[in-house]
Design a protein around this ligand. Structure first.
Ligand SMILES: Cc1ncc(COP(=O)(O)O)c(C=O)c1O
Length: 377
């Protein structure tokens, strides 16, 4: 095996992960099937208790996806048509989509070029009388500057919804966990996340009992008690099969994250060793933060040509994300100026995510690194 010549590396290999946990997952899935108890119930509750502890939050509530986590969070905070919600211009579409789905106005802010997260220095100039909330995103698994963001939100009295979809277990200064210090934290269990379900799933976290109760009700059509509706919610429920799988996987999460961090160190060192560090920029890690490397993202010259070269060499890679929110066609009505977002526009042209999943072998990482070296040197 060790001498096998590597000729391809996938971006993600979930089968390798499944092989490790198959013996534990299959019985719990069978248990749910035999119970025929599919909607919410004890498996979901057990997962919520474990997830709350893991996220260092008082309450956690399983929901149908990370996208729905964001929507239900904004609903719980009473975001209404015409309200303004500040967010980064550089994230997965769901972050901005949730705001618009509630008929609120997204106000996009440029990013810090090192972390790719919202630049706190540019938030205040975007605040108006209509600002009701901010959604910082902990992109790629490294927390945004929450200390600065929470300070601004407190000063101007608006809510903070953390988009921690890519950041379960990520920490900022003082070991504070992503999703535990804003009003509501939102997580995704899309299969490619560090903690991935066997389908769609998500989580909201909060320390506020009133918000928690509201989220519980909104998750099930705003029903409280049964068939009586004080609010309009939706079907935002996590199902028991997903919760059963997630309960098993959660025990492995720190180990898998450590594997990703080790791979990131290996890439960083390998890039330096091959004298590529003057050409490509490795991820900047904020001191005192815990980066969980949902993605390992390089900044490279001639990015699209490198992507084509990777394709020739059978290396999986992805661009997170090729288009900033301010440049999306569906947001043309906001009349954003590209020149207001120079850092995000630059990132969109230069970033490339490498395979970083924990089961990668050294040979596979070397194949990726050697391919980059052959391309540039
Ligand atoms: C930053 C961010 N926000 C929101 C989401 C939405 O999560 P989901 O795919 O579970 O709906 C994702 C998932 O890719 C994400 O990366």
């Amino acid at each position: 095996m060790n001498n096998t010549k590597i000729t391809s590396v996938p971006l993600l290999d979930l089968k390798a992960q499944y092989a490790q946990i198959k013996n534990e997952v299959e019985p719990v899935v069978k248990e749910v099937m035999e119970s025929q108890y599919f909607i919410l119930g004890p498996k979901v509750q057990e997962f919520e208790e474990n997830a709350a502890k893991y996220c260092k939050a008082k309450y956690a509530l399983g929901v149908s996806s990370g996208s729905d986590a964001l929507i239900i969070a904004l609903m719980a905070l009473d975001i209404r048509p015409g309200d303004e919600v500040i967010t980064t211009t550089y994230s997965f579409f769901a972050t901005a989509g949730a705001i618009v789905r509630l008929n609120a106005k997204p106000v996009f802010v440029d990013i810090d070029p090192d972390t790719y997260n919202i630049d706190p220095a540019q938030i205040e100039k975007n605040i108006t009388q209509k600002t009701k909330a901010i959604i910082p995103v902990h992109l790629y698994g490294q927390a945004a500057d929450m200390e600065a963001i929470l300070k601004i939100a407190k000063k101007h009295s608006f809510s903070v919804v953390e988009d921690a979809a890519q950041a379960m277990g990520s920490e900022y200064t003082g070991g504070k966990r992503a999703g535990s210090t804003g009003d509501i934290g939102c997580f995704s269990f899309f299969p490619s996340k560090n903690l991935g379900a066997f389908g769609d799933g998500g989580l909201v976290t909060t320390n506020d009992e009133k918000l928690y109760k509201k989220l519980v009700s909104l998750r099930n059509h705003g029903m409280d008690p049964k068939y009586y509706h004080k609010m309009i919610g939706g079907n935002f429920r996590l199902d028991a099969l997903q919760a059963a799988v997630l309960n098993v996987k959660l025990k492995y999460l720190d180990g898998w994250t450590a594997g990703r961090q080790k791979n990131a160190d290996y890439y960083d060192a390998g890039i330096k060793k091959r004298n590529l560090d003057k050409i490509v920029k490795t991820p900047v890690r904020v001191p005192g933060y815990r980066h969980i490397f949902n993605q390992y993202v390089l900044r490279v010259p001639e990015r699209d040509k490198l992507v084509n070269y990777f394709k020739e060499k059978n290396i999986g890679c992805e661009i997170y994300y090729p288009v900033t929110f301010n440049s999306q066609e569906c947001f043309a009505y906001l009349n954003c100026k590209k020149t207001d977002y120079p850092e995000a526009e630059k990132a969109a042209a230069e970033v490339i995510a490498l395979p970083i999943y924990p089961e990668l072998t050294d040979q596979q990482k070397n194949y990726v690194l050697d391919t980059i070296a052959t391309y540039y040197l």
